[in-house]
Design a protein around this ligand. Structure first.
Ligand code: GLC
Length: 434
């Protein structure tokens, strides 16, 4: 069992009221990381699961958005872009002054996490009341997406920054980023900090980082939620991962709402439209997978990767499409990969080592395993789970892992940061519940 060591990793990242993903590399609270950390805490310290989410929601904006980073400590300087670069309170009156935050969101996991907390520790004193208290806040964060991020009212939310999707430098975004031409000298001087704390060959390139900064500053001009962003940004993506996770959380919110005898008509309406649009607009028949749609270029993004597989987690795939996805996973096994690489190894842009361009990510495996299980694919679900546990057992509680089996066997560590919170949390949940 890895759970005992996993608990120590979570303990070491605990900051008194919330968890950081990892020291130095990510020294604040991150949005979807906090959801997974709460899941881990729920198994042995439910009070901390509650504290974790309470802390996260202190950063919620008046417009309902849960920011992707909550800068609980203003004196912490090992990360860029920090609060003084985002400058959210200067450009948006609805951003909290305390704690300071970033200006974009991240995958909306908190609806399904709230439901899981009730499932894991229903007897914990105060848990039911806590979820009741949290419910309208999560609902407001979904309303934010439907109100501010669905310009054509399709039920598919649009992200205007790769960081919002959580899959920061997936090759999915390369095409849109290449369209961005930054006039020389137009970006302020800045210094990356991530490459001081992790191997630069495992992190995004400077060329990409310039574009991340450019998009951040563009959104900043319009207060991070202005409608102008949707007309001016060259990066407007309807992402599979974001939208599938939203659907999965809507589903949990409908069930929770009924349990609390609340009116769920609003969520049910969102949900119907999102399911319909996801299945019509994001199915890429040519590639046999779900893939994002680029609003700015009005085209599908033609790559096969892990975000599309989140349709299984959200119960979106039809039987025939599930089979296509199962075939893809079986092919990966036959070709000598662990399940499941973040990007298709057969694609020329695959890179088994670099961040979101190929390696295996624990939280994605966790969602995929649950999705496969729910779709009657118990053996594959088990494989996804076992692959993650064996990688962690061999290579440590890292941020992400080598996907190629024979290459991984030569390694002594995983990639990115070690002693990582969501790696520990997902391992705990996988071991405790099967
Ligand atoms: C990276 C990941 C993002 C995660 C963050 C903190 O930026 O791409 O998904 O939330 O690290 O772990």
């Amino acid at each position: 069992m890895l759970t005992d060591s996993a608990k120590q990793v979570l303990e070491a990242n605990w900051q008194g009221a919330y968890s950081i993903p990892r020291h130095k590399l990510y020294p604040f609270q991150w949005n979807w990381d906090a959801g997974f950390a709460a899941l881990g805490w729920a198994h042995f310290h439910p009070e901390r699961a509650i504290a974790e989410l309470k802390s996260l929601f202190t950063g919620q904006w008046k417009n309902g958005m849960i920011p992707h980073i909550i800068f609980h400590r203003e004196d912490q300087t090992s990360y860029f872009p920090n609060h003084d670069f985002w400058r959210v309170t200067e450009v948006n009156a609805g951003a909290p002054k305390q704690p300071l935050t970033s200006g974009i969101s991240q995958p909306p996991v908190h609806g399904f996490i709230a439901e899981l907390l009730l499932e894991i520790c229903p007897e914990h004193p105060g848990m039911v009341d806590f979820i009741r208290w949290l419910y309208p806040k999560i609902l407001a964060s979904h309303r934010f997406f439907y109100h501010y991020r669905d310009p054509n009212k399709e039920g598919l939310l649009v992200s205007y920054h790769p960081w919002e999707t959580g899959r920061d430098n997936s090759p999915l975004w390369d095409g849109a980023l290449q369209e961005i031409h930054i006039p020389a000298g137009s970006l302020p001087a800045y210094q990356r900090k991530d490459t001081q704390h992790a191997d630069s060959s495992e992190r995004p390139r400077d060329h990409d980082y310039d574009r991340y900064v450019y998009l951040l500053l563009l959104a900043q001009q319009y207060g991070y939620d202005g409608a102008e962003i949707m007309s001016e940004s060259p990066f407007l993506l309807q992402d599979t991962g974001m939208n599938a996770i939203l659907v999965r959380s809507n589903e949990a919110m409908i069930r929770l709402g009924k349990r609390f005898q609340l009116d769920t008509a609003e969520v049910e309406e969102w949900q119907q439209q999102s399911i319909r649009s996801f299945n019509t607009k994001l199915w890429n028949a040519a590639l046999g997978c779900y893939s994002p749609y680029d609003i700015a270029q009005q085209a599908m993004v033609n790559h096969h990767e892990i975000g599309g597989l989140m349709s299984l987690f959200a119960g979106l795939s039809t039987t025939a499409r599930t089979q296509t996805q199962v075939d893809y996973l079986n092919k990966l096994i036959a070709e000598g990969y662990y399940l499941c690489p973040s990007f298709n190894p057969a694609d020329a842009l695959f890179d088994s080592k670099r961040y979101w361009r190929g390696p295996i990510w624990p939280q994605m495996n966790w969602m995929l395993a649950r999705g496969l299980q729910a779709n009657g694919q118990a053996a594959l679900a088990q494989q996804v789970r076992d692959d993650l546990l064996s990688l962690v057992g061999q290579l440590g509680f890292h941020e992400y892992f080598e996907a190629n089996k024979s290459a991984a066997q030569q390694l002594t560590r995983g990639y990115g940061g070690d002693k990582f919170s969501w790696t520990a949390a997902t391992v705990i949940d996988l071991e405790m519940r099967t």
